[in-house]
Design a protein around this ligand. Structure first.
Ligand code: GLU
Length: 290
């Protein structure tokens, strides 16, 4: 039997915190316990926020925690061609359209919709795309693009859903509301998600799905904050004919006030704790991994 394949996939846009330590250690432990492999993937598709020194710090912090991973590390910025190829396939299927509204224009459209009644929000709390770019003619799209306007490439959710049946995934952990076992995907709650932008050739959703498939990942172990995103991932996998890994979403490590940890909070950053003399054994203890 081929060994299970796990991955830890941080973004080098800040220093790792206790929540990352928990996720990375859980992946490492599960890989070891099952005779599996642990891959490390650097999710650096956003050049405005990712920095080489944060990537270096990831290697150091994970090593300090006692985690070992396979080489080579996959760096997303080196595989843009893979994401563009997947995007082109979705475009050929007629499932992608450009939208040209600025953030301010989107906020104005949402306010208008909300003034008429409730306007739906996605599981992260952001309003669904309120625009009508899907109905623009091909000629008008070409004109706006040629004019150099920034744009986002969106998935036509209704058309995409029309191509797939009911989708589900195998949840080995638990969702934020206790979901477990086979979970039915509900990608429609995200609306017409962004797959790429004029300046950024892929989105998190597209890159993560392509990479998990290309790397042969069989079990995705990650925080519950990404539980609902799995619905979009299952849809993209189905559209692109990719296998679905099993998913294990884990509890989030929170600060003393019950908030999700953030990379900008020094108090829970692994580097800062290490500089204060905290040992990696103490880190494990603090996050309940003895
Ligand atoms: N890069 C994502 C993050 O740092 C994690 C992606 C994933 O595990 O699917 O939050």
């Amino acid at each position: 039997m081929t060994p299970p394949v796990f991955r830890f996939a941080p973004s080098p846009n800040g220093h790792l915190h206790l929540g990352h330590a928990y996720s990375a250690l859980l992946n490492f432990q599960r890989a070891q316990a099952s005779g599996g492999r642990l891959l490390l993937r650097i999710e650096d598709i956003d050049p405005t926020r990712c920095r080489p020194e944060f990537e270096q710090a990831i290697y150091e912090d994970l090593g300090w925690l006692g985690i070992a991973w396979e080489q080579p590390v996959r760096r997303q910025s080196e595989h843009i061609a893979d994401y563009l190829a997947a995007l082109a396939r979705l475009q050929d299927m007629g499932l992608v359209y450009p939208s040209f509204e600025s953030r301010a224009e989107i906020a104005r459209l949402v306010a208008l919709r909300e003034a008429e009644g409730a306007w739906p929000r996605d599981p992260d709390g952001a309003p669904l795309y309120p625009g009508t770019a899907k109905t623009l003619s091909a000629a008008r799209r070409a004109e706006l693009m040629a004019g150099g306007l920034p744009y986002a490439l969106r998935l036509d959710m209704a058309a995409a859903l029309g191509r797939v049946g009911v989708l589900a995934w195998d949840e080995h952990g638990t969702g934020p509301s206790g979901e477990a076992g086979p979970v039915t995907a509900r990608p429609e709650v995200w609306g017409d998600v962004i797959l790429a932008r004029k300046e950024t050739p892929t989105s998190y959703h597209l890159a993560v799905v392509i990479d998990d498939a290309l790397q042969g990942v069989t079990e995705v172990v990650r925080g519950q904050d990404l539980f609902h995103a799995t619905s979009v991932h299952r849809l993209l996998q189905a559209l692109l004919g990719l296998p679905a890994p099993a998913y294990r979403h884990h509890r989030l490590i929170r600060d003393a006030t019950g908030h999700k940890l953030s990379k900008s909070n020094q108090a829970t950053g692994l580097r800062a704790l290490r500089a204060e003399g905290v040992s990696s054994a103490e880190i494990r203890h603090r996050i309940g991994m003895l």
